[in-house]
Design a protein around this ligand. Sequence first.
Ligand SMILES: [Zn+2]
Ligand SMILES: [Zn+2]
Length: 828
Amino acid sequence: MQDVNPAATVSAGPGTGRPPAELLRRLRTRHPTDPVTHVERVPARAGEQAPWPQWAPEELRAAFARHGVTAPWRHQAEAAELAYAGQHVVVATGTASGKSLAYQLPALATLLADPRATVLYLAPTKALAADQLRAVAGLELDGVRPACYDGDTPRTEREWIRRHSRFVLTNPDMLHHGILPGHAQWSGFLRRLTYVIVDECHTYRGVFGSHVAHVLRRLRRRCAQFGRLPSQPPIGRRGTAGPAVGDRGSTGPAVGGARGGPVFLLASATSGDPAVTAGRLTGLPVTAVTEDTSPRGGVTFALWEPPLLPPPADAVAVADDLTQVRRSALRETADLLADSVAEGVRTLAFVRSRRGAEVVAANARRALDEAVPGLGERVAAYRAGYLREERRALERALLHGDLLGLASTNALELGVDLVGLDAVLICGWPGTRASLWQQAGRAGRSGGEALAVLVARDDPLDTYLVHHPEALFGRPVEATVLDPANPYVLAPQLACAAAESPLTPADLDLFGDGAKEAVDHLVRAGDLRQRPSGWYWRHRERPEVDLRGEGGTPICVVEASTGRLLGTVDGGSAHFLVHPGAVYLHQGVSYVVDALDLDDGCALVHVEEPDWSTHARDVTSLSVVSVRSYLDAGPVGLFLGEVDVTSQVVSYQRRRIASGEVIDTRPLDLPARELRTVAVWFTLSPQSLAAAGVEAADVPGALHAAEHAAIGLLPLMATCDRWDIGGLSTALHPDTEVPTVFVYDGHPGGAGFAERAYRTAAAWLGATRDAVVECGCESGCPSCVQSPKCGNGNNPLSKPDAVRVLDVVLANLPAGACAPTQPGPADR
Ligand SMILES: [Zn+2]
Ligand SMILES: [Zn+2]
């Protein structure tokens, strides 16, 4: 970097007060072509307070006042009123909008009014539960006795907590493994359970979320069996249930419900359809409060697209036509960090990987040192591997201005008081809007203005977002999805429920669609015995069910010379990542795999850093098992259903890291694997493709390119990443008999992603088309139709024909975001 302004470093220090618009102008004028695609001014907002609810006791108001809360924000009061009236509520508002007061207020008011009532609080992590414990304990309310109950709780304290605590903080794993199986010891607590608080509920997604949904149903069942005590004052005031949401018929009145069991209070990051997601998670009708009335500082938010690089001179031998790529987001972020630091601006850069954070910090340091020797010392990397004290020291140095630039992996690892920075750089879309705002939220001192910059990576979704600011700053469309009807989740959860107490026909309604089939399956497998009074668990041991499990056994990666366990790779990706000869990266260190032993579930590796990378190739076939729902749109058909995917990793390529040149292709001898899962697929008639100008010979490349881009854009509609999903396209599929593109959930039984794609097909495929059309490359690049995980080496691909395919589909799909549901001929 030649154009660092040394004069600016003289005035470096906290609070340079440089207006963000001015800083942004200086950053962007250093580029020959303007990389900024959009600037959004997110204005400062004054908070809107509401009076304390009448039922909030003076003792509680005074406790909050001691912590600086003189009155709730309006959204907090609204959610608290609904919950106190007995409605299940989800608060889905931004980072730092005070969601915890919204659930603490009704829960603690009830504990103070009713000396017998109890509250259960669930957090996705132990650390969050510990934070919440500090907050509740800090209020110093008589008789509440809050306590964490998790794997770290000493045995000697557990009985005291079960008997005396009235505000128990735990996590879904402990509820599943500890509290529900030991329910006899918890009967007193559960009988008096008034509220269940589910914090950060957007983290319960996919297969894990589907498991948690059933853990909550098991909790509701136990509470109903113990029967809650009548005549508690707040319950007497409770009205009718909130508006129903469609939860696939699992809102049966048999158990729980707003009148009977505990009231569920959920907190979520902003997302699409929070009431539907919360309804699916709890199996109850849930009302959403989504308007954020907390105050915030103003942010100037720039969307930044690194320029396309010209093709390299030695492009002839490069693999897979990877000829045109953008300047890497890491380099771009490093330059921006150096430039901001040179301007004396305190800047935090978020990078997705730990290695990436180190690269960004190192490059920024080098650039600064070239301009002004010694200036590089004011930039550091912030790693998870550091000790807590080291990390806090780095944060303090940044807050005080001794450090000016910090590159970090994850907003959640940072201390809560690291806010008020002048600028935040976000290297690559962090995956969800919640993460984006969590990271951007570190910028902006109170009353001041700050700058946030999202730097796009070479990826279809990043490219789409920097050209479609409405997807970031408008109404959220990305929803948290889960699928409690997944039979691979439902059957083991019903086994757990039966082991807790025999299942009755009424329970089947509680567990929802597919419960009867799953119970029949367990009976046939010899795990349940049917008697007139219900279904009984037949074994002495309880079922072993891992909430985060994928079904397949994870593969341990072991260093052969030392026997040291480096980590695990889930069973589904092992064939791709740790086949014999694979180069495997672990925490920045390069290893080569000597052997993969599938029977023992381990891969043996040794340290080696060759100058090539490895890329597995697979052969995949797919057959349709059943159609759940479909839409007949003339020459186009849209389907949702079950499929069997068979894939076999057959070879791998070795490629030079520097040039991408293919060294050789080596065969592999690995078994084929079967996956039964849920897919969305669309079909087109050959005539409609011909009429759109797609030559018969180009159909495979057209469909393949459309499939890649569609997979890349699905995370816009559902919180998943492209590694959660797979695809297959073919010019003639034996089951559909026409050109077809399939996109399937990469998890046994499905995780809800394909279903979300089906329901939002017009919006999803419309965004896919726009992303491909708007990419500036000529014949396809990683920002549009190329995929980093393609089993066919990105061949064949036709970018212009992919647009024609998508145009035909979109012209025939009904307008509007959602495809209507029609029962399929083989509904399960
Ligand atoms: Zn492109
Ligand atoms: Zn592919």
